[in-house]
Ligand binder design. Structure first.
Ligand code: UDP
Ligand code: MG
Length: 350
C-alpha cells in the first residue's frame, strides 16, 4: 500500500504541531514530516503464547488500513521467549516495528510510559498484548477520532474476566470517579486512542503512578467513550493479583487528589469530638457512682488506634510519592532499542 510521502522531522515539530485558534481551542495540523500517522504502544510481559496471534492480527489490520503506522512493543523484563520473538519480528518488519527492551520488570503502565516517550505518530493507540481487546477494532477507534475527538476511550461492553477481577475493577472505577471527579467510563480498558498533545503532556508530568488513562483524560479536550469487545484471556495468565490491585487503588487515590487526607482529617475531628463527649459521660458516671465494664473502653481504643494507623499509612503514601519525585530516580532502565530511524526508512524508500 502506498504510504504518505514524508520529510524528516524537525526539532521544533512539537511546537509546530499545536496551533492555538483565536477562540483558545487547540487545532491539530496533520504533519508530513517522516513520522507515521498512528503509533500503537503495546506492553509485553511474558506473552510468548499470545505473540504470534497478536502480531499477525495487528499487522494485518494496520497494513489494510489507509493510515501509516508504527508499533512500539515494550518488553517489560520478560523471562520467556517474548524477547526473541520480538527480535525476529523486528528483523522481518522493521518498516513498522520498534522494540524497547527494559532491563527488568517495571510494570505495565511504566512500560506504556516508555512507549509514549518514543512515539512518532500524531495519534497514539494503546493495546494490551493478551488479545482481550481486538486489534481489529483499532481502525474503528481511529475513524471515531476523525470525527473530531482528542481521545477515544474504549470501554468493555461485556467483560470477560473472572468475578474477582471484574468487581475489583468496577470498585476501582467507582473510587476513581468519586475521588478524582474524572469522568470516564472504564479506565482499566487499554484500547484507547489519543491525540499526540495529550501524550506529550502525560510524558511531561513524569508521573510514576499507574493511572495514565485517568491522567490523559484530565488533559483531553474532547473525549468520548467508545464500546469495544472484550474477550477472555485465551493464553497465559493475568499479571494482576490482589496486592497489585490494592496498590493501584492507593496510587489512584493519592495520585489525583488530597481528598483521602482531607477525609481523614474530618474523621479524626469527628472522633475527637465524640471521644470528648464520651469522656465527660464517663466522668459524670464516676461522680454519681455508676459501675461499668472495660469492654467498651477497649473497643473504643482499638477503633481510635486503627484509624490512627490507617492515617499514618495514608501519609506514608503521599510521602513516598513526594520522595520519588524529589529523588528523580529513573522510572525505568532501557537495555536496548531496536528501531529504524526516520532517515534510514526514507533512504530505504528512495
Ligand atoms: N504487562 C506488563 N508488565 C507487567 C504486567 C503486565 O507489561 O508487569 C502487560 C501484559 O503483557 C499485557 C498488559 O500489560 O500486555 C495487561 O496485562 P494483563 O493482561 O495481565 O492484565 P489484566 O488484563 O489482567 O488487566
Ligand atoms: Mg488482560
Amino acid at each position: 500500500m502506498q504510504k504518505k510521502q514524508i520529510q524528516p522531522r524537525t526539532e521544533n515539530s512539537a511546537k509546530k504541531r499545536i496551533a492555538k485558534k483565536s477562540d483558545g481551542q487547540i487545532e491539530f495540523k496533520k504533519l508530513n514530516n517522516g513520522c507515521p500517522e498512528v503509533s500503537i504502544v503495546i506492553p509485553m510481559f511474558n506473552e510468548e503464547e499470545n505473540f504470534h496471534d497478536l502480531s499477525t492480527r495487528l499487522l494485518k489490520t494496520m497494513d489494510a488500513d489507509k493510515r501509516s503506522y508504527e508499533v512500539i512493543f515494550i518488553d517489560d523484563g520478560s523471562t520467556d521467549k517474548t524477547p526473541e520473538m520480538l527480535r525476529t519480528l523486528f528483523k522481518k518488519r522493521s518498516d513498522v516495528v520498534r522494540v524497547i527492551t527494559f532491563n527488568g520488570n517495571y510494570g505495565q503502565y511504566v512500560a506504556i510510559l516508555a512507549g509514549f516517550e518514543h512515539v512518532r505518530g500524531e495519534v497514539i493507540v494503546t493495546l494490551d498484548a493478551d488479545l482481550q481487546n481486538l486489534p481489529e477494532e483499532i481502525p474503528d477507534l481511529l475513524n471515531k477520532m476523525e470525527e473530531g475527538y482528542d481521545l477515544v476511550g474504549g470501554y468493555r461492553k461485556k467483560r470477560h474476566d473472572n468475578w474477582f477481577r471484574t468487581y475489583a475493577s468496577k470498585t476501582i472505577n467507582y473510587i476513581r470517579a468519586k475521588t478524582t471527579g474524572i469522568q470516564m467510563r472504564d479506565h482499566g480498558c487499554m484500547l484507547r486512542a489519543y491525540k499526540r498533545y495529550i501524550i506529550d503532556e502525560v510524558v511531561k508530568t513524569r508521573e510514576t503512578s499507574t493511572f495514565i488513562t485517568a491522567l490523559a483524560q484530565k488533559f483531553a479536550g474532547k473525549a468520548i467513550d467508545f464500546p469495544v469487545t472484550h474477550e477472555e484471556r485465551r493464553k497465559g495468565i493475568s499479571k494482576y493479583n490482589l496486592y497489585k490491585l490494592i496498590r493501584i487503588t492507593f496510587d489512584l487515590m493519592t495520585g489525583f487528589s488530597l481528598a483521602p487526607l482531607q477525609a481523614f482529617t474530618m474523621v479524626g475531628m469527628t472522633i475527637s469530638a465524640a471521644s470528648l463527649v464520651y469522656f465527660f459521660v464517663e466522668v459524670f458516671k464516676k461522680v454519681v457512682g455508676h459501675h461499668h465494664g472495660f469492654g467498651l473502653h477497649f473497643a473504643f481504643v482499638f477503633l481510635l488506634l486503627s484509624i490512627l494507623i490507617l492515617g499514618v499509612g495514608l501519609l506514608g503514601e503521599y510521602l513516598g510519592r513526594t520522595y520519588f519525585t524529589v529523588c528523580n530516580h529513573p522510572r525505568f532502565v532501557i537495555r536496548e532499542i531496536l528501531e529504524k530511524s526516520i532517515k534510514e526508512k526514507e533512504e530505504k524508500k528512495s
